[in-house]
Design a protein around this ligand. Structure first.
Ligand code: ZN
Length: 403
């Protein structure tokens, strides 16, 4: 059995202990001490970290009243060891954990909402409360009252009541264990069975800030942070607001309206820009159509562009072939590839996919399509012009010769 020193003095950071036994599992050592200030994972609170002599403890758990400290290397001394817990991590857990008691108690008192879930994560803390549709006003009220409990700096006591006394206490929830029941009392405000670690005054929680909430089945999940986590959260948000207010040259409180204004302006500009581009493309399509060579009754639009967006080229081709009796042979090239699109009006009886397959090898190209439109790209940029010329020659000699 390991004596849990954190139950007597939650502020104990360093202690000396005797090693009772060591288990070796999967290359790690699980050390059992006769007494320990390390909190083993449990009750929603994560385990402590720290050192046994110079060996780093990276996991702590409890089984059959023994606390196991998992290390990668054995301590130099295998009898009596000096131990130290990672206090920053532990104090953070204490702030979050007591914050949870306070918040759960306030939701219980205000709205008769029980806490049915608790998760102390590495970044955020959540509780699930039995309140189906929670409002912003309710959240604000609970948050304010919770912080008042912190500012009133109430005593946090641990009680080990006998069964008679236990019955008389107004417990917020029923204990999960049947012996050595430990009750955490927040100065006549809240009584809750718990085996975790908590500061002895509510003031040490510093602040509780609710970050958000969401509906989870029949309950509400409240995400919050306390103490140092809340300060860190405030810091990055402050930095962002300051950066944005400088960027938009507005007061910090006006950044939201500035961002909204820019957002709406941007939406309008996008629409206008698209309309302008569509108009330009219509002119371009008309101009290419008008200037195209006419072979018998068919116009052939034959054009090579430099670094033209291929999506745009497809739109251009589609616009041109919406006219009757026209074939488009369009290409574009950049430093790495050549791309081709071949298309025709509905009534022309030429299979553009077959035509594409015939000329694609010239640019070392791949692709395809259907009988009306085919497209693809290849790596042989230098042959782009000759491949399109080949396509045009096939069309004129094979299909458009006068009868
Ligand atoms: Zn607790």
């Amino acid at each position: 059995m390991t004596k849990k020193l954190f139950l007597e003095n939650v502020y104990l950071k360093e202690f000396t202990a005797n090693i009772l036994s060591i288990l070796e599992k999967e290359g790690k050592y699980h050390i059992i001490l006769d007494q320990s200030a390390f909190y083993p994972e449990g009750g929603g609170q994560p385990h402590d970290l720290g050192w046994i002599d110079n060996s780093e403890v990276d996991y702590v758990y409890e089984e059959d009243h023994r606390v196991y400290h998992v290390v990668n290397t054995l301590p130099a001394n295998l009898t009596q060891v000096k131990c130290k817990i990672d206090w920053e991590r532990r104090f953070d857990h204490m702030q979050q954990h007591l914050g949870q008691h306070i918040l759960s108690s306030v939701f219980d008192n205000l709205f008769d909402a029980a806490t049915v879930g608790f998760h102390l994560g590495s970044e955020f803390v959540t509780i699930d409360i039995t309140l189906q549709d929670i409002t912003k006003q309710q959240i604000e009220r609970a948050e304010y009252l919770s912080n008042q409990i912190i500012w009133n700096n109430l005593h946090v006591k641990q009680l080990y009541p006998d069964p008679e006394t236990l019955k008389s206490l107004p417990l917020r929830k029923q204990p999960k264990v049947t012996e050595n029941i430990r009750i955490i009392e927040i100065d006549q405000v809240d009584y809750s069975p718990c085996g975790g670690t908590h500061p002895s005054q509510t003031g040490e929680v510093g602040i509780i800030k609710i970050r958000g909430w969401e509906k989870i089945r029949d309950s509400a999940r409240i995400e919050f942070i306390c103490g140092s986590r809340a300060l860190k959260d405030y810091s990055w948000k402050n930095d962002q607001i300051n950066t944005l207010s400088n960027l938009f040259s507005v007061k910090d409180q006006d950044t939201q309206s500035a961002v909204e204004r820019i957002y709406h302006e941007n939406q309008t500009m996008k629409k206008e820009s698209k309309a302008t581009r569509d108009q330009l493309m219509a002119y371009e399509a008309k101009s290419l159509y008008d200037q195209a060579e006419v072979h018998t009754t068919v116009r052939i639009v034959h054009e090579i562009f430099d670094q033209r967006d291929f999506g745009e080229l497809r739109q251009l081709a589609a616009k041109i072939v919406s006219n009757p009796n026209v074939i488009v042979l369009l290409g574009t090239k950049d430093k790495e590839k050549a791309q081709i699109i071949l298309s025709r009006s509905n009534e022309i009886n030429i299979n553009m996919n077959e035509l594409f397959k015939e000329i694609a090898p010239l640019i070392n190209g791949k692709g395809g399509g259907n009988s009306q439109t085919a497209q693809g790209g290849g790596s042989d940029i230098s042959n782009l012009a000759s491949s399109l010329q080949a396509a045009q020659n096939i069309i004129t000699k094979r299909y458009l010769t006068k009868a």
